[in-house]
Design a protein around this ligand. Structure first.
Ligand SMILES: Cc1cc2nc3c(=O)[nH]c(=O)nc-3n(C[C@H](O)[C@H](O)[C@H](O)COP(=O)(O)O)c2cc1C
Ligand SMILES: CCCCCCC(=O)C(=O)O
Length: 373
């Protein structure tokens, strides 16, 4: 059990969330918590896990569970890692450096966001477990190439290209708040001129949406991936796949892994819940490359369901930010360890000793059929 300075025992991700909310300003909180438009997909991501029912096996001789997993030659203590999220210094002065320390203590993968508020090199120096770098596709390809080269030089293990943001989802909360990145927080890995719009509060609406409209390349198509592939020797991971058709195209275009994700309900409101897309995508990939998953994972049993449906690794978006806000590196490690302990506990009770033992027989089929998405 983690106990931070607040004195409150933090037993679950929800405990970290409550603790974080007390410490974070309301506009930053809305930025973190919010989804696109009426937040139906955001809600569906969580509801999808409520439908899951597990099929525990008994007398399986499983006194303990092994949660270790390996990806692109790197071993992790847990299949629960950190999804890319922007600007960690919005909630903690040390930002991504603290996140990297927390991920290292938990033995977890940390996918650093393109809009990190600490340098790629400083984050690498603080890390003791695997790091990947996430990129959006900018009109300024020289910026992307520079970041990919810096990541490779700094020992990052993969490039994750996010493919579900040709434009930013309309996030009513940020638009109503006139949200902009303020104070001394900045995307320090990118030259300031490219990022200027993200800091302009004076025009109202979401400064982030204006920034993406100006700097992201919305014309990106499958054929362009070859350019990024030529920029780096690192494995290329595509994040934001929700259909069998796109999964097959990703494999055909040489993706080294894909992430089933609807961007935490922040892009297309009404899109399928991530969990409801997972089986379709895993079946289409058919083992051709690893499938990762994010969206709505809040407890170990949620991770178990996603792993059983075909995910090799599960990523958390908001919960590590709650941990970071509540307790810096300790909070991040606490969130990851809590989820991993919950996963191991659920595996023992379900009679599954190791991650390869998790397959669809661990889930009641009717709990996944239909749904609301
Ligand atoms: C505050 C915030 C910032 C995010 N920033 C990025 C980003 O920079 N790049 C990206 O690919 N995804 C970003 N995401 C999406 C996450 O990587 C992930 O897909 C999503 O949060 C998973 O859902 P969850 O929060 O329910 O775990 C962001 C999500 C949040 C909540
Ligand atoms: C200034 C660029 C905006 C990045 C925002 C990241 C984010 O909120 C998301 O991807 O979601």
């Amino acid at each position: 059990m983690t106990q931070l300075q607040t004195g409150t025992p933090l037993l679950t991700a929800s405990d970290y969330r409550r603790s974080a909310q007390r410490l974070v300003g309301s506009d930053v909180w809305d930025f973190i918590e919010g989804g696109a438009e009426d937040e139906r997909t955001l809600a569906a991501n969580l509801r999808a896990f409520d439908r899951v029912r597990l099929r525990p096996r008994v007398l399986a001789g499983v006194p303990d569970a092994d949660t270790t997993v390996s990806l692109f030659g790197t071993a992790y203590a847990t299949p629960i890692g950190i999804a890319p999220t922007a600007y960690h210094r919005l909630v903690d002065a040390e930002g991504e450096v603290a996140t990297a320390r927390g991920a290292g203590r938990a033995g977890a993968l940390f996918v650093v966001g393109m809009f990190a508020s600490r340098t790629i090199e400083d984050i690498a120096a603080a890390a003791s477990s695997g790091l990947w770098l996430q990129l959006y596709w900018l009109r300024r390809r020289d910026v992307m190439r520079d970041l990919a080269e810096r990541a490779e030089r700094s020992g990052y293990g993969a490039i994750m290209l996010t493919v579900d943001v040709p434009r930013m989802g309309r996030r009513w909360r940020d638009m109503r708040n006139g949200f902009a990145i303020g104070g001394d927080v900045a995307a320090v890995n990118i030259e300031p001129a490219v990022m200027a719009e993200a800091h302009r509060r004076d025009e109202g609406g979401s400064a982030l949406a204006r920034h993406t409209a100006g700097s992201f390349d919305p014309s990106l198509s499958w054929a362009d991936l070859a350019w990024l592939r030529d920029c780096t020797r690192l494995p290329l991971v595509l994040k934001g796949i929700l259909t069998a058709e796109d999964a097959a195209l990703a494999v055909a275009h040489g993706a080294d892994a894909i992430v089933v994700s609807n961007h935490g309900g922040r892009q297309l409101d009404g899109a399928v819940a991530s969990l409801d897309a997972l089986a379709e995508v895993a079946d289409a990939v058919g083992g051709a490359c690893p499938v990762l998953f994010d969206g709505g994972v809040r407890r170990g049993a949620d991770a178990l369901a996603a792993l059983a449906l075909g995910a090799r690794m599960v990523l958390l978006g908001r919960p590590p930010l709650w941990g970071l806000a509540a307790g810096g590196a300790d909070g991040v490690a606490g969130v990851l360890r809590t989820a991993t302990e919950e996963l191991a506990h659920a595996m023992v009770l379900a009679g599954r000793a190791a991650l390869p033992d998790l397959d669809r027989t661990a889930l009641r089929p009717t709990s996944l059929a239909g749904g609301d998405a």
